[in-house]
Design a protein around this ligand. Structure first.
Ligand code: UDP
Length: 456
């Protein structure tokens, strides 16, 4: 990897939140920073560290503790308890880590931390180092949470549409689910809002989006939080600008088999529907059955990621590994989305999946489950026009018939072709944002340059 002279290299400590959808974008940002000559130490929790099988050889791996070293947050009695414990134990172990690095002559110049670990900023202030909060969601969801946290938008949101600067009018079904269903997940709502509790004091706020994608809300944020910069999409360079060497998809740390890529190789261009609900979503058995029916009736080829814990919910008679379908427990998603056989992505519209699909030019059927996925689905269908949001019934279930209709619309109709063209247009804009001179690349360079002047 190309690098600037050793003498001038800033040293950044990167601290992701220990969940796949947060670690993946941090790892991609890490590679971009390394390419700019920054020396990186990655600090992860002991439990999440067990899932890592590889990091770039140039990266130093260190550990902090969330207080649940053997089981992670599944061990905690609630998410709120987990976050509070993480704050206490994480602060102590982070202090120890920074002091250890100092003693070994590797003093830290900057910490880039997941915005959900907002308390890291207090540690950076104590050590007088740069603190950069990393928002892994899109700016639209960030804006909604920010407005609520700062008392400019009040929950519960009743049935009126939400009008905020730089955003399209949003109905209740379009705002992050925690903002109206706030009594079901109070801990997660607080955690989402707390990202913004001290954001004004951060030296930098980095966001996993790109200017061209969310121009209007990006402009609004730049006035409100002048230190905010878009640095995305955090999709491996090999799929976008191809500037970075040593560019393996380290984010796909859970999976090594090439089975599905081989299977895709045997299918014709645009004939496969890829289906995945990310690393966390927990669909009801009824919903799984409806998806199975929708896939069967749409009569397309499908590659469906069903995590091992979800497999029991598949209909007993569902023919998998048949000529039409392949079911796997995990897959190299970027490689799959980049494969020319894939013509449609049925997704829970998590932000990483959404960004990855649009960066690879694949149109989507969005079946959002919760959190910001609802807002992403609104963008997919009505703002970016790169897919459809499947309609759900009064119980929140998307029926097989509806899924079949959406898949056929995308894969067979004129409207679907237009969505594919739009997605391909976003693909080239995404690549342009991260190439030399692109909006995100300029922001990364500005951030890195600031590190060499900090404290000088
Ligand atoms: N992912 C993957 N293989 C899979 C399913 C998911 O590599 O079989 C990756 C995907 O590429 C994305 C992440 O897991 O980077 C999921 O993040 P997202 O924000 O879409 O959803 P979450 O898991 O946070 O709900």
């Amino acid at each position: 990897m190309e690098s600037k002279s050793e003498a001038k290299r800033a040293h950044c400590l990167l601290i992701p939140f220990p969940a796949q959808g947060h670690v993946n974008p941090m790892l991609q940002l890490m590679k971009r920073l390394e390419h700019e000559g920054v020396r990186i130490t990655l600090a992860i929790t002991h439990f999440f560290g067990k899932k890592f099988h590889k990091v770039p050889t140039s990266t130093t791996l260190e550990y902090i503790s969330d207080g649940y070293d053997s089981g992670g947050y599944d061990e905690a009695e609630s998410f709120g308890v987990y976050m509070e414990h993480f704050r206490q134990v994480g602060t102590e172990t982070l202090y120890e880590l920074i002091e250890k690095l100092d003693r070994s002559g590797n003093s830290v110049d900057c910490i880039v931390y997941d915005s959900h670990l907002f308390w890291v900023l207090e540690v950076t202030k104590r050590f007088r180092i740069v603190g950069a909060s990393f928002l892994t969601q899109n700016l639209a969801a960030d804006s909604l949470y920010y407005h609520v946290k700062k008392g400019m938008l009040h929950i519960p949101l009743l049935d009126q549409s939400v009008l905020l600067p730089g955003l399209p009018p949003l109905a209740q079904k379009d705002v992050p689910s925690f903002l109206y269903d706030y009594e079901s997940y109070p801990d997660i709502l607080h955690c989402s809002l707390d990202q913004f509790s001290n954001i004004e004091e951060a030296d930098w706020v980095l966001c996993n989006s790109f200017y061209e994608l969310e121009q209007e809300v990006a402009e609004w944020f730049r006035k409100t939080l002048p230190k905010l910069r878009t640095i995305g999409p955090t999709v491996p360079s090999m799929f976008l600008d191809k500037r970075l060497k040593d560019d393996e998809d380290y984010g796909c740390a859970l999976f090594k088999s090439e089975e599905c890529v081989k299977w895709l190789d045997e299918r014709r261009k645009g004939s496969v529907c890829y289906v995945s609900f990310g690393s966390y979503a927990n669909l009801s058995e009824e919903q799984m059955v409806e998806i199975a029916c929708g896939l069967r009736d749409s009569d397309c080829y499908f590659l469906w990621v069903v995590r091992a814990t979800e497999r029991i919910k598949l209909p007993k008679d569902f023919v998998h590994n048949s000529e039409k379908g392949l079911i796997v427990t995990w897959c190299p998603q970027l490689q799959v989305l980049a494969h020319e056989a894939v013509g449609c992505f049925v997704t829970h519209s998590g932000w990483n999946s959404t960004l990855e699909a649009l960066s690879l030019g694949v149109p989507m059927v969005a079946i959002p489950q919760w959190a910001d996925q609802t807002t992403n689905a609104k963008y997919i269908m009505d703002v970016l026009k790169i897919g459809l949001r499947a309609l759900s019934d009064e119980k929140g279930i998307v029926k097989g018939e509806e899924l079949k209709h959406c898949i056929k619309e995308i894969m067979e109709s004129e409207k679907g072709k237009e969505m594919t063209r739009n997605a391909l247009n976003w693909k080239s804009l995404a690549a342009r944002a991260v190439e030399e001179g692109g909006s995100s690349q300029k922001n990364i360079t500005e951030f890195v340059n600031s590190l060499s002047t900090f404290g000088a």
